[in-house]
Design a protein around this ligand. Structure first.
Ligand code: ATP
Length: 298
């Protein structure tokens, strides 16, 4: 299966609710930077991880793919006797929902392997129980998310957008970033995003120049407060010719929207040389959600 990463084009975060969560209004876009997940029948449930940041990813029951297999197995009345191999391309703890993508790929793969014939909606219900970003990883494309991000509506998006991603040296913990935003809000009044109406119109028009100034992320101030070096990264991308740069989700990956594929190649080359990040990737969006590759290979 191929599982896409995501960037939040708009991430509005409401105040902390009494149940400990924040109500979100977000516009997700699925990107071509992806993980590959292979599943094969086995004598017991086992997970292995290779590639980008593999050493930081657990292979026990705390891995989201393990939880996805157990939960779907429970629903289907089957023991989850499978070996799940993850090839990471998505940075770990990078604000690009890599773990959620792997979980979505596992649901799609097991639905096929076990011939469960569950609909996308049924799989989305299981996905929402696993984590708030998992339904979008199944959905793919561009979507408006509410609640904790799990209540999705498709968004009309014309054209393919070109992105450059600056991967940071160390990850940021999502709960820590939300905690930092709460702290900043207790001590002051950092600016908040309005509704994403204008951004949705820019997506429908397919014009990257119109979209660029409307990108926004309420978590960015918190991510920058925890990792001030990201300011330099954001500045360097724009100086290199990107239309705009934002912190992706809870960070620390920085995502730069570019005007064309050629611009993206140029921005990525300049960013690589500037020494402001660990590595650089180009990507396009929107792409489809987690899916079985036709022949099981690339
Ligand atoms: P999000 O933006 O959804 O908060 P993220 O992209 O910042 O997520 P992930 O890479 O999805 O971060 O994972 C964060 C943590 O979850 C990792 O540090 C790791 O310990 C744990 N984890 C569990 N399963 C996975 C997985 N399959 N891939 C990556 N991390 C996983």
């Amino acid at each position: 299966m191929r599982a896409p990463s995501k960037v939040n084009l708009h991430l509005g975060v409401d105040d902390l609710r009494s149940d400990g969560y924040h109500e979100l209004t977000t516009v997700f876009q699925a990107l071509s930077l992806s993980d590959d997940v292979r599943i094969a029948p086995a004598g017991s449930l086992a997970v292995s991880v290779h590639g980008e940041g593999a050493a930081q990813v657990p292979t026990d029951r705390t891995n989201l793919v393990w939880q996805a297999a157990v939960r779907l197995g429970h629903l289907a009345g089957r023991a989850p006797l499978v070996e799940i191999e993850i090839e990471k391309g998505i940075p770990v703890a990078g604000g690009m929902a890599g773990g959620s993508a792997d979980a979505a790929a596992t649901l799609v793969g097991l639905n096929e392997l076990w011939s469960l014939e569950m609909s996308r909606d049924e799989l989305a219900d299981v996905a929402a129980e696993l984590g708030s970003d998992v339904p979008f990883a199944l959905h793919g494309g561009t979507a408006l998310g509410r609640g904790r991000g799990e209540k999705l509506l498709p968004v009309l998006s014309r054209n393919t957008f070109h992105w450059v991603l600056a991967l940071a040296k160390e990850g940021l913990s999502t709960p820590k970033v939300f905690g930092e935003l709460d702290r900043l809000r207790e001590n002051g009044d950092p600016p908040r995003l309005g509704d994403p109406q204008e951004l949705l119109q820019a997506l429908a028009s397919g014009d990257a120049t119109q979209l660029a100034p409307l990108l926004g992320n309420d978590l960015q101030a918190a991510a920058l407060s925890l990792n001030p070096a990201l300011r330099r990264t954001l500045r360097a991308g724009v100086e290199a010719g990107a239309l705009a740069g934002i912190v992706s989700g809870s960070g620390p990956t920085c995502a730069f929207l570019c005007g064309s594929e050629d611009d993206a190649v140029e921005v990525s080359a300049e960013l690589s040389g500037a020494g402001v990040c660990r590595s650089v990737r180009t990507a396009t969006g929107p792409v489809p959600g987690a899916r079985v590759l036709a022949d099981g290979r690339h």
